[in-house]
Write a protein that binds this ligand. Structure first.
Ligand code: KIV
Length: 305
């Protein structure tokens, strides 16, 4: 049984994700930013698709996530929703609230979250920050929007953090992150991302909260893992952080394929006979062109008959 856009009625819910934590089943999360990627990752069986604001770097070519707007997130989320629908995928869909859309006031934050759900088709939103955002999270949850937290290395705070560096390495900061994790759960988050923290700290946080933790650069004890799709596919050799495992070398594959295409176009090897359309023979009369005084020649179009 499917809904209007072909999606199965039984999508993975926030409750199912919690049950996965309880039964020790790991949660596989990956980013997607367009319909084709969403269809492919949906067919591959991921549990959760994240329309991350990492699209600012991966798709838009910025060197941070800061220029991404709510309009961008709505636009990409809607594409991903359509791609998942086309694949009949069960994956739970989460969209990032971008920088500037939830920090100024709880009212603005709730409106931004609702837009991402209503127009982008996501089932939940993710925001970066700990205890400081507890009130904002409570307001969103009260408004009916499930919220995924995100602590540790929070890329939207890159300037405050002084770079993309591992967080929580000393006892004081580790303690603060543990407090943040507890605050996110108490505020009503249904899951949280732990980004670039020591594996020992991720294990403790995961053991102390009842909601699933999704790690990226946080080791194997987390309840799930998330990777940026282009990283796991090996599409950019110049970006290989320690926590990424490349499951394919698509960067090489794309460069090789496009290089062969260019060579075949130049050599006239493409298009070959099997790529060509034919018509039955028809006689064409010249089309008069008032601006051209060259002699018009009638022609014959079509395959020899
Ligand atoms: O924006 C993003 O893709 C993310 C993940 C890396 C967790 O926040």
């Amino acid at each position: 049984m499917s809904t209007q856009n072909g999606a199965p009625q039984r999508r993975i819910t926030i409750h199912e994700l919690r049950r996965m934590k309880e039964r020790g089943e790991k949660i596989a999360v990956v980013t997607a930013y367009d319909a084709t990627a969403a269809r492919l990752v949906g067919e591959a069986g991921v549990d959760v698709v994240l329309v991350g604001d990492s699209l600012g770097m991966v798709v838009q070519g910025h060197d941070s996530t800061l220029p991404v707007t709510l309009d961008h997130m709505v636009y990409h989320s809607a594409m991903v929703r359509r791609g998942l629908g086309r694949a009949g995928a069960k994956a739970h869909l989460v969209g990032d609230l971008p920088f500037g859309s939830y920090q100024a006031s709880a009212d603005e934050a709730v409106k931004a979250a609702m837009r991402l759900v209503a127009e982008g088709g996501v089932e939940a939103v993710k925001l970066e920050g700990g205890a400081d955002y507890a009130d904002v999270i409570r307001r969103m949850v009260r408004a009916g929007v499930p919220v995924m937290g995100h602590i540790g290395l929070t890329p939207q705070s890159v300037h405050k953090l002084g770079g993309y560096v591992v967080q929580g390495k000393d006892a004081e900061r580790a303690q603060a992150l543990l407090r943040d994790a507890r605050a996110l759960e108490a505020a009503g988050c249904y899951a949280m991302v732990l980004e670039c923290i020591p594996t020992e700290l991720a294990r403790i946080i995961t053991g102390q909260v009842g909601i699933p933790t999704i790690g990226i650069g946080a080791g194997p004890s987390c309840d799930g893992q998330v990777l940026v799709l282009t990283d796991l596919l090996g599409m950019d050799k110049s970006f290989t952080p320690k926590f990424v495992k490349r499951y394919a070398e698509l960067g090489d594959a794309v460069a090789g394929a496009v290089g062969r295409y260019v060579a075949e176009v130049k050599d006239r090897a493409f298009p070959a006979e099997e790529h060509v359309f034919h018509a039955s023979a028809v006689r064409l009369v010249p089309v008069p062109d008032e601006t051209d005084d060259r002699e018009e020649l009638p022609g014959v179009m079509g395959a020899p008959v």
